[in-house]
Ligand binder design. Structure first.
Ligand SMILES: [Zn+2]
Length: 467
């Protein structure tokens, strides 16, 4: 049987033997460090309920739109992969589709992560294929029946120190509270305040959602009442351990409005009468207001812009959201964020982490911003860019103008629980490779490289996310 990867040969490390040996030293010094995961989309219920995973397909395929979108591009119907509203497919049949198409994942981020998961979690080193489909399925299915493969046991085995979830502002966070009170569980699972749907007049159900928010906080239907309601819910999250507020916007546009103008737009938004420009202005003003609240309550502000959601309407109508056709668009930070940074760019203890799926912005905008503003941090490569070569390109693009200490530390940002260790391991190997090259070229000393390798997985994410 061919093996998928030979770890001894220096998986993801430089090909040149001297550089590889420096990289291996650096990597080995951080390989087993605990995982700090301050932003992601694992459901809190997974950890709270601690139920066994149902089958290999549910664990590794159905909920991973990186995997299903690739199979969709090869001509498979999403419903036949068990993806989308009401879809149900035989798990073994879906697994067989993945196995028969495994060559399509060669060289892709998903291919790397799955290969690592097969190997490190299930001891599977033979490549997936039509011939190995049944045996690999059975092996994983058998493992999932073991107590060692329950979500909480895996949490320990993955050495996760902190894991943040992403939550609706009106969530009561009861699950987080019960986990915090459960002394048999030692990990930290933190909520994250994610208010997008309450800030965008063009979001489906905006008016009803804001009305619920005002009702829940007993605030008046005024712009000031709305701000107070949001501040109150943020405080609720802070009291329950949240360290950040996340903003998924199409563009990082910000606007500083007079109260009267904001009030007029707010009332128009509730009545659903804003035109596109007014809705944009309102969103931009709210992003600035959220920064102001972060200055007050200390929540780290993370911004994830530049993704056109649900690109294919027919697929969205049939299968729903998060089904693989969210696509990157060009993003502009420097002008868009200027109103926000004029107000808060130098505010004490304000942290603004900027993520991107448009890699042209790293050297042109994000690193230069982070190289001046003490509040701005460069978010780790996100979504389509959290892959080995893209992470190397990112380091090359940002380091010369901002160094290592203005970056966020690695962020897995995933829903795929079992891919968390594989993703962090990828970042550790790639960062070690990048540092090894600087050492080999005489640009950075080995002791400094060792210090940086450690800080990247520990000190830096803890500082940036105030952990
Ligand atoms: Zn996210």
């Amino acid at each position: 049987m061919p093996t998928t990867t030979d770890l001894e040969s220096g998986y993801l490390l430089p090909a040149d033997p001297t550089t590889r040996s420096i990289a291996l030293d650096l990597y080995e010094s951080v390989a087993d460090a605990p995982i700090v995961s301050p932003h992601g989309h694992v459901s809190p219920a997974l950890i709270i309920d601690d139920e066994p995973f149902s089958d290999p397909t549910d664990l590794l395929i159905t909920h991973d739109h990186y995997v299903t979108r690739m199979l969709h591009s090869a001509g498979y119907d999403l419903a036949d992969l068990g993806v989308g509203r009401g879809a149900s497919a035989d798990p073994r049949a879906v697994w067989t589709i993945l196995a028969e198409n495994w060559r399509r994942f060669a060289g892709t981020a998903s291919g790397y992560w799955l290969t690592r998961e097969f190997d490190t979690l299930f001891g599977i080193t033979e490549e997936l294929s039509a011939e190995t489909a049944d045996a690999t399925y059975d092996r994983i299915a058998a493992a999932l029946l073991e107590p060692d493969f329950r979500p909480r046991a895996l949490f320990d085995r993955f050495r996760i120190d902190v894991l943040a979830t992403t939550d609706d502002p009106l969530d009561d966070l009861a699950g987080h509270a019960s986990l915090a009170a459960d002394h048999s569980f030692r990990g930290r699972v933190l909520p994250t305040f994610r208010p997008d749907a309450y800030l965008d007049p063009e979001a489906t159900g905006f008016t009803e959602r804001v009305e619920r928010l005002l009702m829940a906080t007993a605030q008046e239907t005024t712009f000031t009442g709305y701000l107070a309601a949001l501040a109150e819910r943020r405080e609720y999250f802070v009291e329950r351990g949240a360290v950040s507020a996340d903003h998924g916007v199409i563009e990082p546009f910000t606007a500083d409005l007079e109260l009267g103008d904001a009030e007029r737009l707010f009332q128009g938004a509730l009545q659903g009468v804003l035109d596109a420009d007014e809705a944009r202005l309102f969103r931009g003003h709210m992003l600035l207001q959220m920064a102001g609240m972060s200055v007050d309550d200390g929540l780290v502000m993370t911004v994830h812009p530049g993704v056109r959601r649900n690109h294919h309407t027919a697929t969205f109508d049939r299968s729903g959201a998060d089904t693989g056709h969210d696509l990157p668009v060009r993003t502009e930070f420097t002008e868009n964020l200027r109103p926000l940074l004029q107000r808060y760019g130098t505010a004490k203890d304000f942290h603004l982490v900027l993520f991107a799926v448009d890699e042209t912005v790293y050297s042109r905008e994000v690193a230069p911003l982070a190289g001046f503003y003490p509040s701005v941090y460069i978010g780790a490569p996100w979504w389509f860019l959290d892959a080995p070569d893209a992470i190397l390109r990112w380091r090359s693009a940002i380091t010369e103008s901002a160094g290592f200490y203005r970056s966020s530390g690695f962020i897995d940002d995933t829903r795929a629980y079992c891919s968390i260790p594989a993703r962090h391991d990828t970042a550790r190997r790639v960062d070690s490779s990048f540092l090894a090259r600087l050492v080999r070229e005489g640009r950075v000393s080995m002791p400094t490289a060792e210090r940086i390798a450690h800080d990247l997985v520990d000190t830096i994410p803890r500082e940036v996310f105030k952990l």
